[in-house]
Design a protein around this ligand. Structure first.
Ligand code: NAG
Ligand code: NAG
Ligand code: NAG
Ligand code: NAG
Ligand code: NAG
Ligand code: NAG
Length: 790
């Protein structure tokens, strides 16, 4: 995940966040006594003739909607699984561990995202929380760490078994080839270590040359700066790897390996690894199109140096600077062992500001492999025209090794045909060339796969040519993060910025993009997501939109919640993001569920901490009345837990009741939810007709749904997820415009039989979150500390 780089507004954001003193936030206002809700008997039959179809099977795409075999509209609401698949399980190397780090060829990801024995617990949980979709992460490294073309069949077998478990719980699954800042060896995740050797790099010298700064090799991992890993996109390793991967033929024509350009070499290995996994999933025989419904393209693709107009300048759109901030040219020099005085930056109350300069002196150590490197380990044959031990850009005349003179500062600025490259051109050319190649690869194996198209983060989606549109079943899959909250690790109820609006030039000045008060912030997020969805329709065409990443940090306010159990800030932030998703009527997969999350290291990767679940979150969260809020309510708590296991599933695959977790039989002593009030939400699941609006008002515990309906058939009613957590059976109040309904505790599904035309459903439950989302506290604050803010 990431998605917050290069925001012109970042300075402004940070100015704002620091200008507001968090102490003035009054969390104690607006608390109201618990109100009991009227109970109403369901009108419909208790048991249904047809067992609910647990198998996703045959998800159709009709224009902008997903539909099932009865023509009902399907909303995909899912979760990313999981952040910890970014690093190996054997040996276990989360980003703060340095042992075995450079043994990158001998790692195994078997056990990610969790051991098979734990899969029931995790999947049951996710199902109970209402998720019907998994964005299942794997990395290229997990498939092909040992060397080019050597796949880890054990990991693939394991993956097939985990997917079979997911099938038992009726999840829709699409696979995400995850990466961040290219690879673990350049500070992120994704590509195997050998790709760096293939490019001529020596990962062991990335630290001294600052070609990449890596958590694992950081002096004291606990002091690793917040959310800073992403700055490595503008360091040498990422700049080179993304340039070679997407445009090696144009910018590094001498980089020939096994008779092909490095671009083709890297891309074909990358694509073939995915195709191999797709083949094995097909061969499994019981997953393709039943559970595995699609594949997503390259995660958060980056343009590297492609489009740099002047290597001696920090591009104007690169606002995020922290620590040493080399220009591309300085990065080139230090990677070749030259000492450089490099500006240092800090993020402060006025945004990024320069703190000075320091001398980065690798003392002759190069990030490139020496000319004496044997280059035999991985079995490839490098063209004699590509010299090891020498900067690849020097070999292409960008600079002169003898004089250290930059000869071509604009080397990466244009395509060979002379077109000036900007973010849009990169997206429509280099990125789409890769995307098509990938799409054809996936479809060669999985003929009816959904193809999730994820363009570079924040970039306007590409315009598809007719041939590409003809592939069909394409889904626009953008990412969105509220950058202010992500970077500052605070929920600011008073100010935020319409980042998309700024990026799209909708404001004369970024100052006009500032949104004041929580209501305006929430509406702004909704408008941003709606606008992004519209950009997909305008460019990609009439396809569904699924936000494949969106989420919030949990380690807000210096981990205040971990000391106090008070997740109010997280709940408000999460609710705002969910409000935006609901208001823009999109499918989504939330980031993320991480089984290894703990309070010390978060998601175990670069200080990120976005998991809705935490191992250390075992003490029940309590509401104001002292009632534990962790476990969903159940009307008959004395019952023996009705749990699901493999034996009870056999033979009843078409009917998979999801039990409510009530006991501590699961991992840990409780379910470990974090800010559950906000992420366990009611939502339409299968709708006969078109959903025109739905929302969940957390403060009032009211769910409303409006449908442009088609009359339901007796055996295929509309289905709405109504979680017992907010709507305990004896407190559920349902009002429908027409027809009848029935509620099943087992699945937490409300079935609704209705006729055609405009239909509405309103469900009222128990108020769990005893605050409001009004802005009165903002005005109080202005009164009290007015001069401090303005
Ligand atoms: C690979 O790592 C495993 C343990 O993680 C170890 O047992 C094995 O000897 C290693 N193999 C090689 C070739 O280094
Ligand atoms: C993977 O599973 C297949 C089929 O069950 C089996 O033939 C093969 O030996 C397994 N491979 C590994 C490495 O476990
Ligand atoms: C850089 O990493 C190498 C390889 O792990 C290590 O030997 C060296 O001490 C590190 N240098 C610094 C300055 O951290
Ligand atoms: C990738 O697969 C294609 C099609 O099977 C094949 O032609 C190509 O040689 C493979 N590339 C690599 C690098 O293995
Ligand atoms: C659903 O209703 C719309 C109008 O409300 C109608 O155009 C459409 O044909 C109906 N679809 C089905 C499958 O009945
Ligand atoms: C994960 C990682 O490598 N992070 C590094 C990215 O770059 C910054 C400096 O800009 C370093 O401080 C991080 O260590």
């Amino acid at each position: 995940m990431t998605g917050v780089l290069d925001l012109p507004s970042l300075c402004l954001c940070l100015l704002i966040v620091h200008a507001v003193s968090v102490q003035v936030i009054d969390f104690i206002t607006n608390r109201y006594p618990h109100i009991l809700n009227r109970y109403q008997f369901p009108l419909g039959p208790q048991k249904l003739a047809e067992p609910p179809a647990a198998m996703p099977a045959s998800l159709a795409v009709e224009g902008t909607r997903f539909t099932d075999k009865h023509g009902r509209e399907i909303l995909l609401r899912g979760i990313n699984l999981a952040a910890d698949t970014k690093f190996p399980a054997t040996p276990e190397i989360p980003s703060h561990v340095s042992d075995n780090f450079f043994d990158g060829d001998n790692v195994s990801f078997v056990g990610r995202p969790f051991p098979l024995d734990d899969a029931d617990t995790h999947f049951r949980r996710l199902r109970n929380w209402g998720y019907n979709t998994l964005r299942y992460l794997y990395t290229w490294e997990a498939l092909e760490a040992r060397g080019p073309g050597i796949y880890d069949e054990e990991y693939i077998n394991f993956t097939v078994e985990v997917l079979r478990k997911a099938k038992q719980y009726g999840f829709y699954v699409f696979l995400d080839p995850h990466q961040d800042v290219w690879s673990r060896f350049s500070g992120g995740s994704g590509a195997p270590m050998w790709t760096l050797y293939a490019a001529g790099f020596n990962p062991r010298s990335f630290n001294v040359t600052e070609a990449a700064l890596v958590h694992n090799t950081y002096r004291n991992p606990a002091e690793f700066p917040k959310m800073i890993w992403a700055t490595n996109y503008t360091r040498m390793v990422c700049q080179v790897m993304f340039t070679l991967f997407f445009a090696g033929r144009d910018f590094a024509p001498k980089a020939i390996i096994n008779g092909q350009n490095i671009q083709d070499y890297l891309q074909s290995h990358y694509i073939n690894a995915t195709v191999h996994l797709a083949r094995r999933i097909k061969e499994a025989g019981d997953l393709e199109d039943i559970t595995v419904i699609g594949w997503e393209s390259f995660n958060e693709p980056n343009h590297g140096l492609i489009g740099y107009q002047d290597l001696t300048k920090i591009p104007v759109d690169q606002q995020l600077q922290k620590g040493t901030s080399p220009t591309a040219w300085q990065a080139i020099l230090t990677a070749s062992g030259r000492a450089c005085e490099i500006e240092t930056w800090e993020l402060g109350s006025m945004g990024s500001y320069r703190t000075g300069k320091i001398l980065v002196d690798p003392k002759g150590t190069s990030a490139w492999l020496g000319s004496d490197y044997p280059d035999t380990e991985y079995g490839w044959k490098r063209d004699p025209g590509w010299k090891l031990g020498e900067c690849i850009w020097a070999q292409h005349g960008v600079w002169d090794l003898a004089t250290d003179e930059l000869l071509r500062p604009d080397y990466f600025s244009k395509t060979p045909t002379g077109q000036v490259i900007d973010a849009g051109v990169f997206c429509n050319t280099y990125f789409m060339d890769h995307w098509k190649r990938w799409a054809h690869g996936v479809r060669s194996m999985h003929q009816s796969s959904l193809l999730l198209l994820q363009p570079p983060v924040w970039v306007i989606p590409p315009v598809l040519d007719e041939d590409t549109k003809g592939l069909g079943r394409i889904v626009y899959a953008p990412h969105y993060y509220d950058g202010l909250t992500l970077m500052s690790k605070k929920w600011n109820r008073f100010f935020n910025v319409d980042v998309l609006g700024v990026l799209r030039g909708r404001y004369l000045s970024p100052a006009f993009a500032v949104k004041l008060g929580e209501t305006a912030i929430r509406n702004s997020m909704k408008e941003q997501l709606t606008a992004m969805k519209q950009e997909g329709l305008d460019n990609i065409g009439s396809t569904p939109c699924l936000f494949s990443e969106i989420g919030i940090p949990y380690d807000m306010d210096d981990k205040y919640a971990y000391k106090t159990g008070d997740y109010t800030s997280q709940t408000r932030a999460s609710d705002a993001n969910h409000f935006a998703l609901e208001g823009s009527l999109v499918s989504y997969t939330w980031w993320n569920y991480c089984a290894l999350n703990n309070h010390e290291w978060g998601d175990q990767w670069n200080g990120e901490d976005l998991s809705i679940y935490g191992r250390d979150d075992t003490a029940p969260e309590r509401d104001d009345t002292g009632r534990p809020t962790l476990e969903p309510y159940h009307d008959s708590p004395g019952d023996t837990p009705n749990t699901i296991d493999s034996s009870s599933i056999k033979g009843t695959l078409s009917n998979t009741p999801m039990s409510i977790e009530r006991s501590s039989t699961s991992i840990g002593t409780s379910t470990g939810t974090r800010a559950a009030d906000a992420f366990i939400r009611p939502a339409p699941v299968k709708i006969s007709g078109v959903t025109t609006a739905y929302s969940f008002n957390l403060a009032q515990s009211v769910f409303s749904l409006t449908v442009n309906a088609n009359a339901t058939a007796e055996l295929s009613p509309s289905e709405v997820f109504i979680p017992l957590y907010h709507f305990p059976r004896d407190k559920l109040d349902v009002e429908i415009s027409d027809g009848r309904w029935a509620y099943e505790d087992e699945t937490q599904i409300l079935k609704w039989w209705h006729s055609g035309g405009t239909q509405t459903l309103k469900a009222t439950g128990v108020k769990r979150f005893l605050q409001t989302f009004e802005d009165d506290t903002y005005f109080d604050m202005v009164k009290n500390v007015g001069c401090e803010i303005m």
